[in-house]
Design a protein around this ligand. Structure first.
Ligand code: AMP
Length: 287
């Protein structure tokens, strides 16, 4: 049985559970113990804080886990990153109060106080930039620290930038870009039996991620316009062409299409005389 540490709440929790479910690993909770759930026959989930996932994995309490790249970097524990899961996209940024006269990182004065929930990453970032700063570790809401006179600068997570704007702060540098990752302990990854299961998990999750943003398009098209159809419907390695029974002049063309090109593709096929156009979601896609 492989144990996977998943975020118990917060921004990454629902998306992680949703992704596992789409990959065929639905969390089955036993009512009394909501901290543990079965994920199919081979895996079980334990639910912990996103920030603690790297620790649980590195310590071997879990074989694998899902959490943000930012939190993995902040913990600084040695783990194997198996897959970028794409969700939870944000960046860790340096921000300063509007109107403080600082427009770029180099203008941050030596000796500035930096409020952050990421003390480890922030101190190594400023050390590398050659700016000696004092780190003020906070456990949340770093953006109010400058208003309280607690800090001159913050290092905080940003996705749209609206929280910074509302708080009169301006971004001056990006420290790192983050998305959720699937990680494994080095021990589990180097054990052949567990590695096989983890590789199967990676393949299952990857196939779901690859299907995101894609649609399967089917249409009956005039046989004599097939060359043009292939240009409109290139698919991954050309459309699949299938005979339509009892129809001399028609064939069916099927192909995977980018979601944002579905409308143009339908219009292009219509111009070629296509009929019976059908577009469906794809659950999984393996090349
Ligand atoms: P939680 O504190 O449990 O809600 O999880 C926070 C994690 O979600 C962060 O460490 C990031 O990996 C990710 N995340 C994605 N977007 C944001 C955002 N705008 N603010 C904070 N965390 C974000």
């Amino acid at each position: 049985m492989i144990t996977i540490a998943l975020p118990n709440k917060g921004r990454l929790s629902e998306k992680a559970l949703g992704l596992f479910e789409r990959a065929g690993l639905r969390a089955e909770f036993t009512s009394e113990r909501v901290l543990v759930a079965a994920l199919g026959n081979e895996f079980r989930a334990i639910f912990v804080r996103a920030a603690d996932v790297p620790e649980f994995v590195a310590d071997g309490a879990a074989d694998a886990g899902v959490t943000g790249a930012d939190l993995i970097a902040e913990r600084g524990r040695q783990v194997e990153t198996l897959l970028d899961l794409g969700f939870g996209r944000c960046r860790l940024a340096v921000a300063v109060p509007e109107g403080c006269g600082i427009g770029a990182l180099e203008q941050v004065r030596a000796g500035s106080r930096v409020a952050t929930t990421f003390p480890r990453i922030a101190s190594s970032f400023f050390a590398q930039a050659g700016i000696p700063v004092e780190i003020a570790q906070v456990s949340g809401a770093a953006e109010i620290a400058p208003h309280l006179g607690v800090a001159d600068v913050i290092v905080d997570l940003v996705s749209t930038g609206s929280t910074l704007r509302v708080n009169g702060l301006r971004e001056v540098a990006t420290v790192l870009e983050s998305t959720a990752r699937l990680i494994a302990s080095r021990e589990a990854w180097s054990d052949p039996a567990r590695r096989t299961s983890l590789e199967e998990l990676v393949a299952a999750l990857e196939s779901v991620l690859r299907a995101d943003g894609k649609r399967y398009l089917m249409a009956n098209v005039p046989r004599d316009r097939l060359d043009e159809v292939k240009r409109v419907l290139p698919g991954i390695s050309g459309p699949t062409i299938i005979e339509v029974s009892d129809a001399e002049s028609w064939v069916a063309a099927h192909a995977v299409v980018d979601e944002d090109r579905v409308y143009q593709t339908i219009a292009g096929l219509k111009r070629l005389g296509a009929e019976g156009i059908l577009v469906t979601r794809i659950e999984r896609l393996m090349p």
